[in-house]
Design a protein around this ligand. Structure first.
Ligand code: ATP
Ligand code: MG
Length: 361
């Protein structure tokens, strides 16, 4: 059990307003009544860690359920020992395995730093790294430093603990219905799900309860537009109205798609007002050479220089191709093979993904 607890940032306003409701005219009066120091009371009210027992008692004094208002740490990530050195297919979910994209990260986090939060689209070919980038945005600012690579930047946002992130995978058929997706978003935001959970009730509860900053990540938006008849124009227009008029600048959407969201809306017979609110677009493709070299250098067994150059040339710094070629080389080094035979197998393995490569001019 944790020795200290802190108020979940979402509930700080609720906890502060409980002072008056429970007839404490000031923070000092709660300190006097509880016998705790004023600084303990201040820490409690401002979401700073306080001793477990004191947390429970102060919550009781304010008529609050201490377990409901306590911040719950996210599930611990597996440590690096369990992580594969190169990942060739699934999206990268552990920040320490994620490389590059510094320019895009800077721009994206800038949109989320100040009020109103703004919206962004991430556009990239299939297998270019869109989902990985969404996971990274969601996780990097709150991952403990000991789970990151040495020197990996994580202080992108001031008060990162006050943001709530929702990852919506539109390929998941459970959220293809209106009710399914609305419920999922509310549960992820820890907002009580109304009955019925229709668009009107959803809009009302979000408007009333969104007193914290929330970023909704919509992965594979094209699936939502192409295959989900319940996610129609009314649905998307309501989301637009929520972000622009009803959440005091607290809500941002970031979506990923292989093509421009406005074109996508047009091509799938939708009107585009929702898709017009994405003021910044990050186009993702190949890594910079420096980022590609960092990924290669993360190998637990260093690669010979000529292999590094060969991998850079044949991957054209595309992250998936880099990962496949690095894995192939690492495997043979682990087997003690020092010839070039691995290269032929490497080329065979990247063959299905050569769409990512620039065509020769
Ligand atoms: N930033 C990154 N750092 C390291 N590897 C990456 C990164 N981004 C992508 N990759 C590599 O590319 C692969 C595919 O990434 P991801 O699933 O994020 O792409 P995607 O664009 O979402 O693909 P799809 O179009 O199939 O949804 C990963 O398995 C990994 O090998
Ligand atoms: Mg993806």
């Amino acid at each position: 059990m944790a020795r200290s607890l802190r108020v979940d940032p979402k509930y700080i306003d609720k906890v502060k307003s409980a002072l008056q409701r429970n007839n404490y005219p000031s923070q000092q009066s709660l300190a006097n009544d509880s016998g705790f120091s004023l600084s303990t009371v201040k820490s409690f009210l401002n979401g700073k860690p306080v001793d477990y027992v004191n947390f429970e008692e102060l919550s009781n004094k304010l008529g609050l359920d201490f377990q409901a208002i306590a911040y719950k740490e996210p599930d611990p990530q597996p440590t690096n020992q369990e992580a594969s050195p190169f990942i060739t297919g699934p999206p990268i979910t552990q920040p320490r395995s994620f490389f590059g994209r510094e320019k895009e990260l800077k721009r994206l986090f800038n949109l989320l730093k100040r009020y109103p939060l703004q919206n962004a689209a991430i556009i990239g070919k299939k297998r270019s790294g869109k989902t990985s980038l969404l996971h990274y945005l969601k996780n990097i600012t709150t991952t403990p430093v000991e789970q990151l690579r040495p020197g990996q930047k994580s202080d992108w946002l001031p008060h990162s603990e006050t943001y709530q992130w929702v990852f919506v995978d539109l390929q998941d058929s459970r959220i293809h219905s209106r009710e399914g997706i609305l419920k999922y978003i509310l549960e992820s935001l820890n907002i009580k799900v109304p009955t019925p959970c229709d668009l009107d009730h959803f809009m009302n509860v979000v408007e009333e309860n969104l007193s914290f900053r929330a970023v909704i990540l919509l992965d594979e938006i094209s699936v939502g537009l192409e295959r989900c008849s319940e996610l129609d124009d009314t649905f998307w227009e309501s989301l637009r109205s929520l972000a622009t008029n009803h959440t005091r600048g607290n809500l941002s959407f970031i979506l990923s798609t292989p093509e421009s969201p406005i074109d996508l809306a047009k091509n799938t017979g939708h009107s585009s007002p929702f898709f017009n609110i994405f003021g910044y677009t990050a186009y993702i493709g190949a890594f910079t050479e420096a980022a590609a070299r960092r990924l290669i250098a993360s190998s637990p067994i260093p690669f010979p220089d000529e292999d590094i150059e060969w991998i850079l040339t044949h991957s054209q710094c595309q992250p998936l191709l880099l990962q496949i070629l690095c894995l192939e080389r690492l495997f043979t080094l682990e087997e003690g093979e020092n010839d070039d035979n691995w290269r032929e197998e490497g080329l065979r393995q990247i063959q299905p993904f050569t769409d990512l490569l620039d065509k020769p001019k």
